[in-house]
Design a protein around this ligand. Sequence first.
Ligand SMILES: Nc1ncnc2c1ncn2[C@@H]1O[C@H](COP(=O)(O)OP(=O)(O)OP(=O)(O)O)[C@@H](O)[C@H]1O
Ligand SMILES: Cc1ncc(CO)c(N)n1
Length: 270
Amino acid sequence: MIACTIAGSDSSGGAGIQADIKTFQELGVFGTSVITALTAQNTLGVHGIYPTTVDFVQAQLKAVLEDLEVKAIKTGMLFNAEIIAGVVSLLNEQHIPLIVDPVMIAKGGASLLQQQAVLAMKEQLLPLATVCTPNIPEAEVLTGRTIETAEDIELAGRDLLALGVKCVVMKGGHLQGEKAIDTVFISGEPTFMMETERYETKHTHGTGCTFSAAITAEIAKGSSLKEAIIEAKTFVQLAISNPLNIGHGFGPTNHFVYRQQQGTCKVNVF
Ligand SMILES: Nc1ncnc2c1ncn2[C@@H]1O[C@H](COP(=O)(O)OP(=O)(O)OP(=O)(O)O)[C@@H](O)[C@H]1O
Ligand SMILES: Cc1ncc(CO)c(N)n1
């Protein structure tokens, strides 16, 4: 099984391309990549961004797709509207399931998507998405809503489905509460929620990348949308709750632990 990630490189290894490839590997999927930008980054913050040219983003994607039988593709940091348009023009010709993690801001506050690119993401990329995985601040930007209550989540989720996305996973990592609850909207099906314990830690760098990469890997293996999303929640919960405690800031999650502890994590689905 082969998956592809179109995203930025995180030199500290916890997010971006590096998190995606590690997650693919742990889930038994061969990872390929299209690098949209280099970041000089560590657990303390993003110190520099060097975007790839659109031509070279396209050259990487063509090289992968012309030769390898990619079963699922994810996007992460896309940085600007030109890169989004370049990726969309190639993905338009494909029928490969697409998982869009609408990455906008890094944990330390650095912008990973230019403001002018939000419209391109909404109007060009999201209509191609099988799954979109916004955190609450990203969903607020994409829908123009303030999201505080369960009703706000429901309305924002429906707004995103209306853009043409087949499935929206609204991540609850940024909400308060004892549980980490994500809300899943699948077009034409009832909404459901996934809940795990919320682990008290500052080591959550790359949780969103890891989660969306795990969904991508499970879809590449042929799981249904619902199964893929629940297994990804298991993966990210284990990765968060077994911290590596490395770096001086927001450290990375633990991608290795899933193999040993797969059966030990309880995700409540309701
Ligand atoms: N402290 C925590 N304990 C347990 N689960 C968590 C915690 N924080 C986040 N999660 C879960 O991790 C997944 C990713 O959610 P989150 O909202 O953190 O993504 P994100 O903000 O996009 O991450 P990042 O920007 O670091 O890549 C979700 O399933 C969320 O519920
Ligand atoms: C390259 C990259 N992609 C995504 C994120 C968001 O976690 C990050 N910090 N860095």
